[in-house]
Design a protein around this ligand. Sequence first.
Ligand SMILES: Cc1cc2nc3c(=O)[nH]c(=O)nc-3n(C[C@H](O)[C@H](O)[C@H](O)COP(=O)(O)OP(=O)(O)OC[C@H]3O[C@@H](n4cnc5c(N)ncnc54)[C@H](O)[C@@H]3O)c2cc1C
Length: 547
Amino acid sequence: MMYDVIIIGGGIAGLMAAIEAKTDTNRVAIMTKGNIFKSNSALASGGINAVLDANNSGAIEQHIDDTLNGAYELGNKKAISYMCQRAPKIIEKLVKLGVKFDRDKQGHILQRSFGGTSSKRTCFVGDKTGAEITQVLIKTAKNMGIKFLVNNFVMNLTTLNRNVSGVVAIRRFDSSVVVYPAKSVILAGGGFAGIYRGYSTNAQDYTGDLLAVALRAGLHLKDMEFVQFHPTGFVKTNYLVSEAARGEGGYLINSDGKRFVDELGARDVVSRAIMNQIENGKEVFLDLRHLSKETIETKLPSLYKTAYMQAGIDISQELLPIKPVAHYTMGGIETDMVSTDIDGLFACGECASGGVHGANRLGGNSLLEGVVFGEMAGKKALMYSEAKDFLPIDYSKVIKDIKLVDHIFDSDTTKNFNAMRVSLGKVMFENVGIKRDEQSLIRAYDYISYLRSEVPTLHCVNKERTNNVELISILELRNALEIAEAVILSALKRRESRGSHYRIDFPGGDESLQQNIVVKELSKGQLRVWFKENPLLYKIRKWFSHH
Ligand SMILES: Cc1cc2nc3c(=O)[nH]c(=O)nc-3n(C[C@H](O)[C@H](O)[C@H](O)COP(=O)(O)OP(=O)(O)OC[C@H]3O[C@@H](n4cnc5c(N)ncnc54)[C@H](O)[C@@H]3O)c2cc1C
């Protein structure tokens, strides 16, 4: 089937893009690797930031300033200003579509505090904001006639002379490789914090597939060293305790019963403060015991239930043990607002790096980014598709992907790729985590290089082609390893501390490094990393011996 616009990703960014791209007559499809209800967007609990009065230019300026400050000098002012100015209208649009934000008795939308902000501007639906918004958008998209191509794992894009021409995906039902011609394509595949498997709020399939797809298509990734660690995950299950818990007045205390940090400070600052406590042998807890039962039950209902179910703790009476976990990835596909260097190809949401978050992200700003830039990407893709014809498909690309799938099925293996995925997560958290230094980064680089050298030897043990989960797991691991290497090389290159990137060996910031780092694939997985305005090729020890 041919489509005017294909959107890869069914989270908030992809759904919004699809709704904007659809007309009464054109063909628009959303492609997802799992079912449509499964996304980080659907998990987002705390809320979405916006100044609600479009005429309150002072408050909007404040939102812009907070976001710029949160970005540690790497924020893109054009993109940030656009996002914050568009926010009031986008909330109105969501309300018109049917999102029921929590309101006060007079009917005004309620707003809560989130970290790193100077005033309350986070709109919410209890602590299920993302689920409510995505369900409304899914329903809208379905009613508009948008096609859902679920359980399609995207492997690559096809292009002709730097114009996009289609999408190559595995139909999971029978593991066949299918090409979907499209006039325009939008990448909205989410982030890659799942590569920190076992130490992340993201599902384990958040492996940065579309970033790897973009690298293979010749695009640049940007800001890959900036991985955000959320201060509060459940100690045993990594379940996210939303900032809403601290926004509603929760404290962080250590095992001596002492508060040790401003709970609503920026996430990188709070996460490091917690790590310091843990390194000093203390446990850290979220203390909500002083909040009224009514506040807990009405404002934090999911947390109340989940703490009981996953940790056996009644948060209205007991302390909840927490630890920082990998949560959000500021880096992604380099875009100018939503445009990429390939004509007809756009990127939005967490997989894109348009510079809205710079070196750190404010809680509540990513749902906003998704919906604002999803809207823009949808509009642009529609315009592009209306002006262009379908292009011929380069079948040599498709055949390459078919051969790769056959290769993964056709041989036997003694390697346990699941164990590799688990150890990748551990190595990344321990060496490329909240704190890093040159030694830890080189250790991680060596290990990832070893895993990458093993990749050609990974095959499915189960040869059944119907719904084969091993095939997708292996392809995800291949993507995750390339993305992990991009993170490590970028982190090595940035010899300073800034935002979420903290180098023990360079604890201060360096003004001369107020530039973005970009990554490009040279050939067959070899990466080059350089500062954007100062293209200095990066080399590290043993580079050539590994490639
Ligand atoms: C637990 C949790 C709580 C959060 N709370 C908040 C919050 O309160 N406020 C806030 O602003 N942000 C929050 N965030 C962050 C926010 O949810 C995400 O940044 C945002 O939802 C990303 O949206 P997205 O549309 O870019 O991608 P996602 O919602 O992540 O969707 C990605 C989509 O891409 C598809 N996909 C990926 N790879 C492939 C492939 N190879 N082939 C086909 N499809 C593919 C997936 O199937 C999925 O449909 C939270 C995140 C988490 C994990």
